[in-house]
Design a protein around this ligand. Structure first.
Ligand SMILES: Nc1ncnc2c1ncn2[C@@H]1O[C@H](COP(=O)(O)OP(=O)(O)OP(=O)(O)O)[C@@H](O)[C@H]1O
Ligand SMILES: [Mg+2]
Length: 234
């Protein structure tokens, strides 16, 4: 499903030395598999996801999705890929202010689906995510956990087979975080969605099929003794 081959991203900042944000990552993720990726702040997690989402060009190496090289896509194909083929729960919320939960959820769908039909499609998903009573509440009136769940609903709205999630429980307490992880993994297992989940949340490991860590842009085996003891949730 997803294959990263010796992926590298070096940032060249004015006059300063090069930042080796991602420094040769090779990784395969199968359909329906969930990979949790840990790593300290600045270890390259978001940079890695941005390259998989075709939002950032690698310095070298390849991102293959179902055998297709993401960096060779035209602007139009890349846009279709981002809208239809993958979901991305970004680290910073990008909910539109002044817009309701359900209208924030249908944003991607509206490209190809009439408004009414889009609403009909996402409503069960929002209900499943516990937002049934918040559909018409404006985004800025929602709690952090609710906003996080709207982001997840939007990411899954087009039924992608690949989901990237950058700290989806970052702003939630342990209990809410677990609920979000449970829903996310349940929905993705049902739909055969491959997930790459970046997190600092020790609970995340318990939901993953595989746990890896990034250190200084390099993939290393996850070591629970280095301060991230997973809590068994399976
Ligand atoms: N546009 C950029 N230009 C220059 N350096 C950058 C840029 N974006 C990120 N970096 C640097 O690359 C490194 C990796 O950043 P990245 O955002 O991928 O880390 P992260 O693992 O997601 O961290 P966090 O857990 O804090 O979100 C950091 O040292 C960061 O300062
Ligand atoms: Mg990050």
């Amino acid at each position: 499903m997803l294959e990263l081959r010796d992926l590298v991203k070096h940032y060249h900042t004015a006059g300063e030395e090069t930042v080796r944000a991602v420094d040769g990552v090779t990784l395969s993720v199968s359909t329906g598999e969930m990979v949790a990726l840990y790593g300290p702040s600045g270890s390259g997690k978001t940079t890695l996801l941005l390259m998989v989402a075709a939002l950032l060009a690698p310095t070298s190496g390849k991102v293959l999705v179902n055998g297709r090289d993401i960096s060779s896509l035209s602007e139009r194909e890349a846009s279709h890929f981002r809208l239809q083929e993958m979901g991305f729960v970004r680290q910073n919320f990008d909910l539109l202010p002044g817009v309701t939960a359900i209208d924030n959820t249908v944003l991607k769908l509206l490209k190809n689906t009439p408004w009414k039909e889009a609403h009909k499609r996402v409503q069960p998903l929002l209900e499943r995510l516990g937002l049934g009573a918040r559909l018409t509440h404006r985004s800025e009136t929602l709690s952090m956990g609710e906003r996080q769940r709207v982001m997840i609903a939007r990411a899954l709205s087009t039924e992608p087979k690949l989901l990237l999630a950058d700290e989806p429980t970052g702003s939630l307490d342990t209990q809410r975080g677990r609920e979000v992880l449970e829903l996310l993994t349940e929905l993705c297992r049902e739909r055969g969605v491959a997930i790459v989940l970046v997190s600092h949340d020790p609970q995340a490991a318990g939901f993953a099929d595989r746990v890896l860590a990034l250190r200084d842009g390099k993939l290393v085996d996850y070591d629970p003794d280095k301060g991230l003891a997973p809590i068994g949730a399976r």
